[in-house]
Design a protein around this ligand. Structure first.
Ligand code: GDD
Ligand code: MN
Length: 375
């Protein structure tokens, strides 16, 4: 009785929250109830809450979570619409909680939830900044992964070493705990791109973080399917680029330029094909320009501006504005080139400078009009 006065029972609203378990979910309906059960069992000694962050699942995931939350206020849900992204979902989940320690775990039961108390204690008792569940140390294993994925993962890990400030045996892990204050402090600097949130955190910290690692076996998924596609892999490279050169050039401009370079390739292929088919040069060049611009528009729309992607009719008006912008860009390109060439610069310098002016123009105008932020 005495004790109850000072330390109310677990699950009482009078006891301060100790741990928030953030779970990013996208179409994980079949795994939700089981995950909550397991987390609840393993955290019987800790005052916890579980924060699901859903990005528009269409399989009834958020509906099921709300239903379960109706009888248990420790179950919480953030629903985001028209947004995607594992990292940004995790950051928002962490920032929506007031718990002193936050952990992230996948919603598909692939991570070993029995580690959660150890991760928590590693932060509270051992005073580490981050406690990571890792798949690569002696006792841990990657489970039944296919070889291709294991290889890609090893390669990505190698790249990761280049940007993380503290060496980690599994920097790609998506299973870890961290003090909420640490995240709050870092949040404005996090890139939030893609799905490697731990790496983002490690690379964004102004000082190296104290890390503890806990090996576990990555389980095979039983229900639902993985959401990591090629785009997500590209976003990984993007996140690395952002960390490396993001302070020098906007990452969107780099992406835009890569797309532009590919567009040039498309242009030349179309031109070559038509010329070989005996088309008049003017006609061939016109078709090549239109094809390249359309190609660039589509690729920019799904890659560079993925977060602001135009759909339906807006795609058509977007395409027309992009044609207009690129048309003016070409005029600026030729104009600057001619001017420099006229002032006795080498042909290649004049050409490059014209192209640079043209691409900056296209990028700036594209961001201002075609992929306007406000709309
Ligand atoms: N909210 C939200 N938004 N959740 C997402 C998104 C998204 O865009 N994409 C994926 N998720 C959720 C999934 O529903 C799942 O709960 C979790 O994030 C992991 O996604 P999976 O698609 O299952 O990824 P994986 O199994 O290939 O890789 C995971 O495990 C690796 C090993 O720890 C990820 O967590 C990796 O980051 C991690 O390295
Ligand atoms: Mn998974």
């Amino acid at each position: 009785m005495q004790q109850a006065l000072h330390r109310p029972e677990i699950g009482s609203a009078l006891r301060p929250l100790e741990l928030c378990v953030v779970v990013p979910v996208l179409n994980e309906r079949a795994n939700i109830a089981e995950l909550i059960d397991r987390v609840s069992n393993v955290l019987s000694e800790i005052e916890w809450e579980i924060m699901f962050v859903d990005d528009g699942s269409c399989d009834g995931t958020p509906e099921l979570i709300s239903q379960l939350a109706a009888t248990d206020r420790r179950i919480r849900l953030i629903r985001r619409f028209n947004r995607r992204g594992l990292s940004s979902a995790v950051i928002e989940g962490m920032m929506a909680s007031t718990a002193p320690v936050v952990a992230v775990i996948d919603g598909d039961l692939q991570h070993d939830e029995t580690l959660l108390p150890k991760l928590y204690q590693s932060i509270t008792e051992d005073r580490n900044d981050v406690a990571v569940g890792t798949r690569y140390t002696a006792e841990g294993s990657i489970g039944e992964w296919d070889r291709k994925r294991a290889w890609i993962s090893a390669f990505a890990t190698r790249l990761a070493e280049a940007i993380a400030r503290t060496p980690l045996s599994d920097p790609m892990s998506g299973f870890f705990a961290v003090r909420r204050e640490t995240i709050a402090e870092l949040a404005p600097r996090l890139s939030g791109i893609g799905y490697k949130i731990l790496l983002d955190i490690m690379a964004s910290a102004p000082r190296p973080l104290e890390v503890a690692e806990f090996p576990y076996t990555f389980r095979t998924r039983q229900h639902g399917e993985s959401k990591l596609d090629n785009i997500v892999a590209l976003q990984y490279l993007e996140m690395l680029a952002e960390k490396r050169v993001g302070h020098l050039v906007p990452i969107k401009f780099l992406k835009f330029s890569c797309v532009g370079a590919l567009g040039l390739g498309v242009h030349m292929i179309v031109l070559l094909t038509l010329i070989s088919a005996h088309a008049a040069f003017g006609t061939a060049q016109t078709v090549a320009v239109l094809t390249a611009m359309t190609f660039n528009f589509l690729l920019n729309n799904s890659f560079t501006y993925r977060d602001q992607r135009l759909k339906g009719l807006r795609m058509l008006t977007g395409l027309l504005s992009f044609y207009a912008i690129c048309g003016l860009g070409a005029i600026a390109n030729v104009g600057v080139g001619e001017m420099l060439f006229g002032s006795h610069y080498d042909w290649w310098f004049a050409g490059l400078a014209g192209a640079a002016v043209g691409s900056v123009w296209n990028y700036v105008m594209g961001s201002l009009f075609t992929w306007r932020k406000s709309s």
